[in-house]
Design a protein around this ligand. Sequence first.
Ligand SMILES: Nc1ncnc2c1ncn2[C@@H]1O[C@H](COP(=O)(O)OP(=O)(O)O)[C@@H](O)[C@H]1O
Ligand SMILES: [Mg+2]
Length: 220
Amino acid sequence: MISVRDLTVNYETPGETITVLDGLNLEIADGQAIAVVGPSGSGKTTLLNVLGAMLPATSGEVIIGGKDIACLKEKEAARFRNQELGFIFQQHHLLPQLTVLENVLVPRLAGGWKEEEKITRERAKELLERVGLGHRLTHLPSALSGGEKQRVAVARALINEPILILADEPTGALDGETGTKVADLLLEVQQEKGVTLMVVTHDLDLAARVSGEGDMIRLT
Ligand SMILES: Nc1ncnc2c1ncn2[C@@H]1O[C@H](COP(=O)(O)OP(=O)(O)O)[C@@H](O)[C@H]1O
Ligand SMILES: [Mg+2]
């Protein structure tokens, strides 16, 4: 269960305090997929950054995996990000000099993965097979299409067996058909792994598919 209580986020700018989230409350069940919608500037990315322990809250609580991550110290925040989270961004953020397989392994580098290196590589290969890229392991990102890069990003988000995947406009840089396929894949693996998924999008079709019968998070 993810539980957000009275979450407020202010940005301090010279001469002005901007309140972006103002007393937000949310409850998200484990294994649920939920869309976050709202106009540009409404705080969608800000919310994801707080849930991902990349931005401290100004006030309020964010309980994930039984722990309040609203205001962690940097070291604990880094540990939380490395062990509990998967991220997918609008731009794939693959490292251009690393192969597809190495890119999927990047989140493991921080975790001291030496002893289990072989198991981890096998797992990365399985994930890449799962997203339909088992035949592209040694290729560089530059050799892939946009949709394929985003499928690598899906595999990378799963390598640490996260409890939560945060996706910020994951299909925003893809054409409609490719975006639909990537979104379907993301939802399939989310169901298979039973992981909680939060997807920011302003594509209302995608938002409806992500949230299914459930609610969306609507920011204003
Ligand atoms: N680091 C920052 N400093 C000041 N204002 C910011 C900062 N980051 C975002 N904002 C402002 O906060 C608001 C919400 O931004 P954001 O969360 O990126 O919205 P969204 O993702 O919904 O478009 C915007 O008005 C934006 O300009
Ligand atoms: Mg945004």
